[in-house]
Design a protein around this ligand. Sequence first.
Ligand code: S3P
Length: 186
Amino acid sequence: MTVLTPGRNIVLIGLMGAGKSTVGRLLAEQLGRPFVDTDEVVVTESGRTIPEIFAAEGERGFRREESAAVRHVAALRGQVIAVGGGAVLDPANVTQLRAAGDLVLLDAEPDALAARVGDGGDRPLLAGDDAEARLRALREARAGAYADAAGFAIDTTGRSPQDIAAAVLAWARRQPGLLARDELQP
Ligand code: S3P
């Protein structure tokens, strides 16, 4: 009997509209790994939508629930994880995620991010008009935290999810212990 040790987690970080969930699902499918999204964990665990949590408890309340979701998902290995865009602003979350995974930043120009989020969807930080201006400001404010947290960064502007997933996978193959032995087979 062969006992397979699971690989480390591939953790996708970056702004809203960076493609974390779309690319994460593709990667998970290609590797046969589970895909988890901390936003979805927050919604499931709390039984509320993200706008409901922001409305009732403000951003601080949401961040508390997000940190709990990060602890939850970082306890397991062998997953592809997408975290909400603000998760890595808390260094404790970065420590948790790094303990069992490698962090990849998906970046893009503000106009590309804005095109992908459309009207902002259910993202309280993009409510109101001019999502592109908000994304530009957040990108500037968060650039340092994203760069510090990430072990690898990809500019996704103008690239398809398939192409981005392939780039992450090519990088992942070179990281010792990130992929399990069976995942390294061509
Ligand atoms: C946020 C990003 C959102 C969600 C929340 C706050 C942020 O997740 O966690 O609305 O602070 O950037 P996505 O990045 O998955 O859209």
